[in-house]
Each structure stands twice: as structure tokens, then as C-alpha cells.
Design a binder for this molecule. Structure first.
Ligand code: HEC
Ligand SMILES: [Cu+2]
Length: 464
């Protein structure tokens, strides 16, 4: 154990050669005895593209997202040197999930800009482990890209395969929406709400797709080291048009076969193998599909080799999936497609659905409200006294003191994002239920009040 071996991989990483950047991984550890392994992680803050025309100030390990793939053997003593360059703006550290010890090494490795620190741990358990920064605010360091993986190979290694790659999913939270150009700052509000604008493999939209798809050959066994840096979302990884032949639930031994979709929570890695058996382009997605097609969560393999008509006889094409982008896409309402105006029954049925989806949680199933908190709609003298005011309330919300059936309420009803037809139908439904006066409201009446708020009764709230 006194022998100090500086592996080729370690040196290569330090030099940051292109071939060792993700999705490439270092060669398997062929040693069958433990050694002392030195790894070096440089916490580089770099500005790089997050998508075409969109810049982001990433915080990284060794300049890439995810950081350098570290590869050791079970039983190795791993000496981790963390270097924080003087041009960094903040301190960083590293918590490796492979560490058995306080904070995974985070305390021992906390390093100010311009300093470096070293700590050593013994890789006791085999597995594919995430490492990440754990400097406060921890979520922000991770959201800025400070994660990577360390593979602790079992004592006797893993079975050999033809190709190995490293893909890690992560979310990015930006002030601007998806695709908004320019240098985009981190948005703490969106991170807290867990509403990322980008969900990407290897640090950017298109980092591993289209002309940067991973080339592999038909029939090759491809081992994927799949990780999730998070910080928030659980990934559901699926290769369109293939099945994972083998998935290691633990290393070396428990293997699941023929899995379609892998759940990878934040802070976890999964070793999965797939053999592409027919040529073409195959897309790895997060099967939470809006993330894949609208936020960037896809990676591609370009599989070349002889056609395999016995496996797949259809036409094979080289088309790539295009990102659909994050622009809100609305479909025409069914009413627009179907020129026939809806009957009163259809409108009431639609109004009942809108009520169930939008109003019931507050005003309750039978419209009875909640005493002292939410006013009733059933037999409400306030509602029945003024239909135009009622339209204004559903359009714009309501705040302040009101008296309904002799009881005073002083709460806030939020403005609701509903169409004119939704509002007309839900009010028509409400008016026809629970002993109310049965008036029918048209979408035109709602539109009139939407464009002329002061046309509602003087008591109705005004638009800001
Ligand atoms: C988040 C809870 C909430 C939701 C959702 C909500 N309301 Fe309300 N609503 C209120 C509160 C609270 C008030 C009383 C506000 C006040 O005190 O000024 C109110 C008042 C009203 C009133 C006037 C008072 C009365 O009882 O006649 C009407 C009419 C009304 N809501 C209709 C609706 C309809 C229709 C929907 C669904 C499209 C809806 N509300 C959805 C909370 C809600
Ligand atoms: Cu950090």
C-alpha cells in the first residue's frame, strides 16, 4: 500500500485532454491488488454554451460538466487533491458518495480560491458513485454543474465490453426562459420551485446529439455509466428503440435484464448495457418527455454497420430528433375544430369539469364553501345579485371584505387563467346548480368584460 501509482488516467485528466472529457471514460482498472491512487480535481468556473446562443457561468470539476470520470478499484486508497484556482469567485469542496467518512470529504476538502487541499479515503464499497460540491448554498453549486462520478470497480473488475461511455443528466435554472439568448444567470426562485428551464445530458443542449452523437457499431456491447447530478429531478432514462440488456443493481453482481426505463434519482449512478442490433440513430431520453423534447434531455447514438433485416425490417433513416423548444404550444380548442356551437348540455358538462378542476378545491363539491374561509356558491345571494360582477370575479379574482348570506368573508380569490368559454360554462354550471337562479352566461359576455373591466358592476374589482 506504500506504492504510489499515478495512473495514466489521472495524468490525462490533469492535462484535460479532449479524449478523456465526457462522454469518454478512462480504461478499466486491470490491477488485481489495491494501490494508492492520486486524483486531482480543479474547480474551474467557466462560461460555456448551455444551448445555442445561450451562455452560462458553469462551476465545474476540471472544466467539464459532468466533471472528470474517476476510476479506482475496491480497496484502493484514494488521495483527492482539490485545487481552487485564484480566479475563482467562491470556495468549493467535494463530497464523494464513495467515501466512508464525515461529509464524504466535504469538510476536509473545503478550499478557498487560490488554495489546494488533499484528503485520503479507502474505497470500501464497489459501485458507481456521484461526487458533487457541498459548499453552501449546496443546491446552487450543484445546479451550476459541480458533479461527476467515480466508479469503484469490484475487486475482480467488470466483464469486458466493446465500448464505455459516461452520461450525466442535470437541470439548469436560468432567469430567462428556455432558449432566451445571452449569458443567463442562475435563478434561485426557479431552483426552489424545482422548475428548470433546461434538463440536459453532459452540460448542454445538444452536447451529445446530432453531429455530436456517440458513434458505435452494430452488435457492439455498449456499457453506459448513467448518472443524475440533479439537483432536483428524478430521471427516467430510456433508449428509444432499444432495451437495456443488463442493468447492474449492485456491483459486481445483481443484474436486471431487459429493462426499458431506468429510474435514476439525483445523486445516483446506474451501470447499464445495451447492444444496438440494427443501424440508425437511437435517442436516449428522460422519458418525462417535455424534458426530452422541450428542455434538452436527450442524447444520441449513431449506430453504423450492416443492416439487420431479421431484427428490424423497416426503413432505417438517419433523421435526428429536433428540439421542439420551450415556446408554449397551444392546440386549437375542440370548439374551433368543430364548427357546430356546443349545446347547452355540452356547455354545462364542460362547466362541471372546469368546476371540478379549478373551483372545487376551494368552494367544495356541493358549492357550500368553508365557513368563515371560503364563501358558498350554493344559494349565494352575493353571486345571484349580479351576474356581471360574478364574471369579473372569475376573470380577475377578488380581495377584500364581502358578505355572503349574512356571513362576512375577507380572503383572497386568485385570478384564474381560464378562457372566455371556460368562464361562461363554469358560471352557467354554477348558476344552474344548488338553487341558484339558472341564468346562462355566454362567452361573448365574458369577452366584453375581459376587454372592458369597468363594464362589470361598480362593486367588481378593477384590473390593475
Ligand atoms: C384558491 C381558492 C379559490 C378558488 C380556486 C376559487 N375561488 Fe372563488 N372565492 C374564493 C375566496 C377566498 C372568495 C372570497 C374572496 C373575498 O373574501 O373577497 C371567493 C369568492 C368567489 C365568489 C363571490 C362570492 C360568492 O360566494 O358568491 C364567486 C362567485 C366565486 N368565488 C366563484 C368562483 C369560481 C366560479 C371559481 C372557479 C372557476 C372559483 N371561485 C375559484 C376562493 C377561491
Ligand atoms: Cu462548489
Amino acid at each position: 500500500m506504500t506504492l504510489r501509482i499515478a495512473f495514466a488516467m489521472t495524468l490525462l485528466h490533469v492535462q484535460g485532454t479532449a479524449t478523456q472529457a465526457p462522454p469518454a471514460v478512462p480504461d478499466p482498472v486491470l490491477r488485481r491488488a489495491p494501490a494508492r491512487v492520486a486524483v486531482r480535481l480543479v474547480t474551474q468556473e467557466v462560461v460555456a454554451p448551455l444551448a445555442e446562443g445561450v451562455g452560462y457561468a458553469f462551476w465545474t470539476y476540471n472544466g467539464t460538466v459532468p466533471g472528470t470520470f474517476l476510476r479506482v478499484r475496491q480497496g484502493d486508497a484514494v488521495e483527492v487533491r482539490l485545487v481552487n484556482p485564484p480566479e475563482s469567485r467562491v470556495p468549493h469542496n467535494v463530497d464523494l458518495h464513495a467515501v466512508t467518512g464525515p461529509a464524504g470529504g466535504a469538510g476536509a476538502s473545503l478550499t478557498r480560491p487560490g488554495d489546494s487541499t488533499t484528503f485520503t479515503f479507502t474505497a470500501l464499497a464497489p459501485g458507481l458513485f456521484v461526487y458533487h460540491c457541498a459548499t453552501v448554498p449546496v443546491g446552487m453549486h450543484v445546479a451550476n454543474g459541480m458533479y461527476g462520478m467515480i466508479l469503484v470497480e469490484p475487486r475482480n473488475g467488470l466483464p469486458p465490453v466493446d465500448r464505455e461511455f459516461y452520461l450525466m443528466l442535470g437541470e439548469f435554472y436560468t432567469i430567462g426562459g428556455y432558449g432566451e439568448p445571452g449569458l443567463q444567470p442562475f435563478s434561485m426562485d426557479k431552483a426552489l420551485a424545482e422548475h428548470p428551464d433546461y434538463v440536459v445530458f453532459n452540460g448542454g443542449v445538444g452536447a451529445v446529439s446530432a453531429d455530436r452523437a456517440i458513434p458505435v457499431g452494430v452488435g457492439e456491447t455498449v456499457r453506459l455509466y448513467l448518472g443524475n447530478g440533479g439537483p432536483n429531478l428524478t430521471a427516467s432514462l430510456h433508449v428509444i428503440g432499444e432495451v437495456f440488456d443488463r442493468v447492474y443493481r449492485t456491483l459486481p453482481g445483481v443484474v436486471d435484464e431487459h429493462l426499458q426505463t431506468l429510474s435514476v434519482p439525483p445523486g445516483a449512478g446506474v451501470v447499464a448495457e445495451v447492444r444496438f442490433q440494427a443501424p440508425g440513430v437511437y435517442t436516449l431520453v428522460d422519458h418525462s418527455l417535455f424534458r426530452a423534447f422541450n428542455k434538452g434531455a436527450l442524447a444520441q447514438f449513431r449506430v453504423t454497420g450492416p443492416a439487420a433485416p431479421d431484427v428490424y425490417a423497416g426503413r432505417t433513416t438517419e433523421d435526428v430528433y429536433l428540439h421542439e423548444g420551450g415556446v408554449v404550444q397551444t392546440m386549437p380548442e375542440p370548439a374551433d375544430l368543430d364548427r357546430r356551437p356546443p349545446t347547452l348540455e355540452e356547455r354545462v358538462a364542460h362547466g362541471r369539469r372546469v368546476y371540478g378542476q379549478t373551483c372545487r378545491s376551494c368552494h367544495q363539491e356541493g358549492g357550500q364553501g368553508i365557513p368563515g374561509v371560503i364563501p358558498p356558491l350554493a344559494g349565494s345571494d352575493f353571486l345571484n345579485a349580479d351576474t356581471r360582477r360574478a364574471i369579473g370575479i372569475v376573470l380577475n379574482g377578488l380581495e377584500g371584505e364581502i358578505v355572503v348570506n349574512g356571513e362576512t368573508f375577507s380572503a383572497v380569490m386568485p385570478a384564474l387563467r381560464l378562457t372566455d368559454a371556460d368562464i361562461a360554462d363554469v358560471l352557467t354550471y354554477v348558476f344552474r346548480e344548488w338553487g341558484n337562479h339558472g341564468v346562462v352566461i355566454s362567452a361573448g359576455e365574458v369577452r366584453d368584460i375581459r376587454i372592458c373591466p369597468w363594464c362589470a358592476d361598480a362593486a367588481a374589482p378593477r384590473r390593475p
